[in-house]
Design a protein around this ligand. Structure first.
Ligand SMILES: [Cu+2]
Length: 66
């Protein structure tokens, strides 16, 4: 699974996004590329993508679904 998350400027942002995604309890192997804003991860089958998006947007980052 891949998506673009806009607004990340440093390692703290990366950590915040990872933490938000992990808080859903249904994402694994999250990898964030700060240079391209690309976030790759595995998700459990029963996870609605919107759940992840919401958790990230709580921190005011913008998610662009690919
Ligand atoms: Cu930052």
């Amino acid at each position: 699974m891949e998506m673009v998350v806009q607004g990340m400027t440093c390692e703290h942002c990366v950590m915040r996004v990872e933490k938000a995604m992990l808080s859903t309890g249904k994402t694994r192997y999250i990898s964030v590329d700060l240079a391209t804003d690309k976030v790759s991860f595995l998700k459990e089958e029963d996870l609605e993508l919107n759940e992840v998006v919401k958790s990230i947007e709580l921190y005011s980052y913008k998610v662009i679904k690919s």
